[in-house]
Design a protein around this ligand. Structure first.
Ligand SMILES: C[S@@+](CC[C@H](N)C(=O)[O-])C[C@H]1O[C@@H](n2cnc3c(N)ncnc32)[C@H](O)[C@@H]1O
Length: 379
């Protein structure tokens, strides 16, 4: 009941009326994503669950920010799209979702979500595969990778991965990466975490890959989604966007915040399956914006690009977390706001979004984890 009354104040989207910035701030302040049914971790289309990612934004938050700040048909860009939560949600809401990310694992999952064909085709392809591991060698696989798998499971994975890449079966490749490690019977590794690949303690048993992949595919189609999409994702750099000037109506993004997360180490095993050995991972680390000292300078460069691609007066919404260093807390949103104002962005507000108590940082600092939603416009 309570939810209904708060929803009633929300303008009917069918009118396609743009809200004023003050209204946008007011509705963001209501944090609908914290109310039932949106507050549940698994709210949203099953496609959002293709594969995990550290720092993934909650689909419900993406849903509400998009609904509040945009209209159907508008172009929404996430220049740090990770596994594509914001472009996918934009797409499901009838907007054109564009995503860019520099991490090949994140990009592979985003791309998979936009590589859509009927489920029957995906299953038929899997049924037609003539799995032959007799010529597959795992000698080149790292000792780290080998710890997670029975040799025959690993050979099957490699066979399928190569075939999927060769035949551009990107949806299936995303599904394969999604089950590559975890703690459930449907995962292919020995028991480990779903998100970060901690070395398994137990010996790996043989797990047949194709039946598990078929189950995964079926789960992904559970809620359905339009097969036709004009959304697009790029493996690219937010400092050099592959987009035309003034082509974006709205930016919604959760950029990295200083060095709080390590998008390479935490996705180590999945990156290895995509051909990222130690040298390539080190190289990737240098390109990603995740350094403590150069963070603001690099975000400045992103700001210049956003200024170029966002239409005049277009909105830019960043969801940013604080950086906790010892007893000091750096308010990232405030820092980013200051440099973006020097570029010509105008700030309308920073809204605090405190996480529920059970999501507190499990540290000695005992502080509540909080996101800050920075709302700006281009001029
Ligand atoms: C907080 S995560 C975004 C997560 C995303 N909202 C999701 O739901 O998956 C930040 C992302 O920024 C990406 N990133 C870091 N530096 C980048 C750059 N220069 N260009 C594009 N993406 C970058 C990282 O790879 C990471 O995926």
């Amino acid at each position: 009941m309570k939810m209904q009354s708060s929803l009633m104040v929300y303008p009917n989207q069918k009118t396609q009326k743009s809200l004023t910035l003050n209204e946008i701030l007011l509705y963001i302040n209501k944090a609908y994503w914290k109310k039932k049914p949106y507050k549940f971790q698994n709210w949203g289309n099953w496609l959002h669950r293709m594969s995990p990612y550290v720092g993934k934004i909650k689909p419900a938050m993406a849903y509400w920010l998009i609904k509040i700040a945009s209209k159907e048909g508008q172009v929404i860009l996430d220049p740090f799209c990770g596994i594509g939560t914001i472009p996918l949600e934009a797409d499901l809401l009838g907007r054109r979702g564009i995503g860019v990310d520099l991490n090949p694992y994140a990009f592979s999952i985003s791309r998979a979500k936009f590589d859509r064909t009927p489920i029957e085709e995906q299953l038929k392809w899997l049924d037609s595969v003539k799995l032959d591991i007799s010529k597959i060698s795992i000698n080149d696989c790292s000792p780290f990778m080998k710890k997670f798998y029975h040799p025959n499971t690993l050979k099957e994975i490699i066979f399928l991965r190569d075939l999927m890449i060769q035949q551009k079966k990107y949806f299936l490749l995303g599904c394969l990466l999604g089950i590559i490690h975890g703690h459930r019977p449907g995962h292919l590794s020995a028991v480990t975490s779903l998100v970060i690949p901690f070395e398994p303690k137990a010996k790996a048993e043989y797990k047949e890959v194709i039946p598990r992949l078929k189950d995964k595919v079926k789960r992904m189609y559970k809620d359905g989604f339009p097969l036709k999409t004009d959304g697009k994702v790029f493996l690219g750099d937010a400092r050099k966007l592959p987009l035309e000037d003034a082509s974006v109506d709205l930016v919604i993004s959760s950029p990295p915040y200083f060095n709080t997360l390590d998008y390479v180490n935490d996705n180590k095993l999945r990156l290895e399956f995509l051909g990222y050995d130690e040298d390539k991972k080190e190289e990737l680390k240098k390109w990603l914006i995740q350094g403590k000292d150069d963070y603001l300078g690099e975000m400045y460069k992103v700001g210049l690009e956003l200024k170029r691609v966002i239409k005049k007066k277009g909105i830019c919404i960043f969801v940013l977390g604080d950086l906790h260093t010892g007893k000091k807390v750096i308010n990232t949103a405030e820092e980013v706001k200051k440099i973006y104002e020097t570029i010509g962005f105008k700030t309308y507000g920073i809204i605090e979004d405190v996480m529920p108590k059970n999501k507190c940082i499990p540290s000695i600092y005992k502080r509540l984890k909080m996101d800050r939603i920075l709302v700006m416009t281009n001029g």
